[in-house]
Design a protein around this ligand. Structure first.
Ligand code: T1G
Length: 685
């Protein structure tokens, strides 16, 4: 039963009971409809609706969005609640999101628990509120607050909801408080849909549109929400409702909604592989080796999850630096209001730094984030193997180096795994779990358990140069540099990729991370690079000129005194000069051609990664590209996007590009296979 009813005296209790998040599927809608009829048959004085398990309702069941809507439709159920002569009170604990919040809006009274949250996250799934939210909310909290809540999709805490009039009370026991509400007061409350609609405020509407076009560029749902909310201001409620419903149903089947649902469910499916059943090591104390940017970021991420952490450094200077780096992150979190002083002190109390490996003799997990040199890493791993208990798992945060080689330097290679964090490590959600040839199942399950505690998105990857993310990134950058020498400028390329949906293009991104990192990797690859493959020397020249990016005040762009970035004609000339040396006649590339080449280069490389078993599924590659490399979430990740083109079309375009450069555009056997057999990439793995 997804909705239970019981009465006590003249009060009816309706409880949504659909674990794990009380998603409002067909059985819940039917149960609520029956509850309305039941309350009237029983001639109750009031109904108190709540959710079982400390959660009101997570919203409509998004798993139903791929099938035709089935009655009773939620808007109709909510109208029945609102129109009933038995007044309903929503007693909200946990979260009331999407359709859950709309149930609350249909009730004359709403009471929230102090830690509960209420919101309209529909746009994060590529849709809009489809059960009255766009029509009731402006009437209740005003146009501006309603636009922010719906287009931003962010849940509101109880105090904010109370202040803006979204709920009438915040009580520690919402159900009990609902029982105590004065009956006379209850029956005099005007239903939300009968409140006067706010005036059309063009300035507020235009501000909302401007915000969406800046912060959610390319996304259609937020703009549709504004359109429907604006229309509703001059329509009778039921007509506004019909407009909302039509827009919701159209969006539900849109490419963007399908892409966002794909990522939503792929993220939640990223759990320990079902064929691995070993019990994880649950560390009380975690050692982090290296207190630099990555090490201190990792240490803070682990502190944030409540673990005791000791950062190991080589000398007292390093210990001091580690302490300062971690304190900097604590202070930044305090300043951003992410934690309060108590939480900050809790983290400080769990943290220590030392040069003495004996201080981590009880640590059952170590994460090495030392200098990216094989010799240094093997030294650190040997010291850790000596100091840590026998069953401890030892992980490396290396971005590129061979985990197998590190593992083979130990007497017990099974305890070695890669945990590849992304800077800033306490913020970026992706965690590549690098499985070596001898990595044990315990190490894998420990990595997944850690990822869950750190609220990271874990993806198992195999050992190769760059694993999954950095290998795709290297091919993306190579394709960009090829355009650079063949005719484009960094800013043309960046602009084209921002229009595709990236927050920033490849060159602005490199200026952030520093051009020296990729330069060091190219030098490392010199010995094994295919001499027949085109090599573009422009990025090397940039490093030789000391143009390393923001940190040197100039990279692909110039950064005059913190006033943002400006194009640098010296850089454009470098491309022209190198083209001249190489005897290349430069040509103009359109934004479409730039986007095509860079996305096809990544898709082709990712297909090889899948083909070689370095990634286990196309969905995993989608998680890596979205959560680690800024691929637009509303395109569903690299491989979901590839499937919108189709393998056949991709192969035909790669064939055309192959006429220019057969080596760089060599078609992945997986793409050829999918093209010949009509197989979507998302079915691979
Ligand atoms: N539909 C279906 N399944 C859902 C779901 C949903 N809305 N929300 C969560 N799940 C599943 C999830 O896939 C996972 O499954 C399990 O529940 C636990 O989720 C009509 C049209 C509520 C804050 O966007 O934000 O309402 O992996 O790991 O960390 O106008 O889930 O266990 O098999 O995330 O405790 C709007 C989405 C829908 C909210 C809980 N609602 N969910 O977080 O658990 S559209 C949302 C969340 C709508 C109306 C419109 C979070 C959560 P499995 P979890 P959590």
């Amino acid at each position: 039963m997804s909705v239970t009813t019981r009465r006590e005296g003249s009060v009816g209790y309706v409880e949504i009971d659909n674990a794990p998040v009380n998603a409002i599927g067909l059985s819940v809608r039917s149960g609520l409809q029956q509850a309305v009829d039941w309350a009237e048959r029983e001639n109750l004085e009031r109904v108190i609706v709540s959710g079982k398990g400390g959660m009101f309702a997570a919203g409509a069941d998004a798993k139903e969005f791929d099938s035709a809507p089935v009655e009773p439709h939620l808007p109709d159920v909510l109208n029945a609640i609102e129109d009933s002569y038995v007044p309903w009170i929503a007693a909200i604990e946990g979260v009331a999101l999407g359709g859950g919040a709309e149930i609350a809006l249909a009730c004359p009274m709403r009471i929230m628990a102090p830690k509960a949250r209420i919101g309209f996250p529909e746009v994060t799934l590529g849709v809009i509120p489809g059960a009255g939210g766009t029509q009731r909310l402006p009437r209740l909290i005003g146009l501006s607050n309603a636009l922010n809540a719906v287009t931003g999709g962010k849940p509101l805490n109880a105090q904010t909801a109370l202040k803006m009039g979204l709920v009438q009370a915040v009580k520690s026991e919402p159900v009990e408080a609902a029982f105590m509400v004065n009956s006379e007061a209850l029956v005099t409350i005007v239903p939300v849909s009968e409140l006067p609609e706010p005036a059309i405020d063009l300035e507020v509407l235009n501000t909302a549109r401007k915000t969406v076009n800046t912060k959610q560029a390319g996304q259609i749902a937020p703009l549709r929400a504004i359109e429907v909310m604006e229309a509703g201001l001059s329509l009778p409620f039921r007509e506004g409702l019909a407009l909302e419903r039509q827009a919701f149903l159209e969006l539900r089947s849109s490419d963007q909604a399908k892409a966002l649902r794909h990522i939503f469910f792929a993220e939640r499916a990223a759990k320990t592989p079902s064929n691995i059943i070993a019990e994880p090591v649950v560390p009380e104390h975690i050692a982090v080796v290296g207190g630099g940017t990555m090490g201190s970021g990792i240490a803070y991420a682990v502190l944030n999850a409540g673990f005791r952490v000791t950062v190991l450094e080589t000398d007292s200077e390093g210990v001091k630096r580690a302490r300062e780096n971690v304190e900097k992150v604590v202070e930044a979190s305090l300043k951003r209001g992410l934690i309060d002083e108590n939480k900050a002190n809790e983290r400080r109390a769990l943290f220590s730094a030392s040069t003495n490996y004996a201080d981590v003799s009880d640590a059952t997990l170590a994460i090495e984030a030392a200098f990216e040199s094989m010799a240094v890493k093997c030294q650190v791993f040997a010291a850790l193997e000596q100091s840590l208990p026998a069953g401890a798992i030892i992980a490396s945060n290396t971005s590129y180096l061979d985990i197998n080689e590190i593992a083979d330097s130990l007497s017990d290679p099974a305890r070695v795994i890669g945990l590849h964090f992304f800077a800033p490590a306490h913020i970026m959600k992706l965690l590549e779990i690098v499985r070596g040839n001898k990595t044990s199942d315990i190490a894998i399950t420990t990595a997944f358990a850690l990822a869950k505690r750190l609220r990271k998105v874990p993806v198992v990857v195999g050992v190769c140069d760059g694993f999954v993310g950095n290998r795709i990134l290297a091919r993306y950058r190579e394709a960009a540099d090829t355009l650079l020498i063949d005719g484009s400028t960094p800013w043309e390329i960046d602009e084209a990729m921002v229009e595709f949906g990236y927050a920033m293009g490849p060159y602005a991104a490199q200026d952030l991370s520093g051009l020296d990192i990729a330069h060091a990797n190219r030098r490392r690859q010199d010995a094994t690079r295919d001499p027949a493959r085109r090599y573009i020397p422009i990025a090397d020249r940039m490093v030789e000129l000391g143009k390393l990016g923001r940190k040197t005040g100039a990279g692909w762009y110039r950064y005059p005194g913190g006033n943002g970035r400006v194009e640098d004609p010296v850089v454009a000339d470098l491309g022209i000069e190198e083209a001249h040396f190489a005897g290349i006649e430069r040509v103009e590339y359109s934004a479409d051609e730039i986007r095509e080449r860079l996305t096809l280069a990544m898709i082709n490389e990712a297909s090889d990664i899948l083909h070689e078993g370095i990634a286990q599924s196309a969905a995993d590659i989608d998680l890596v590209t979205v959560f680690g490399y800024g691929f637009p979430r509303w395109r569903g990740g690299l491989m979901h996007y590839a499937d919108t083109l189709g393998a056949k079309e991709i192969v035909s375009r790669l064939t055309r590009l192959g006429n220019e450069d057969a080596i760089a555009w060599k078609i992945s056997p997986l793409l050829s296979h999918c093209s010949e057999n009509g197989i979507p990439l998302c079915d691979v793995g």
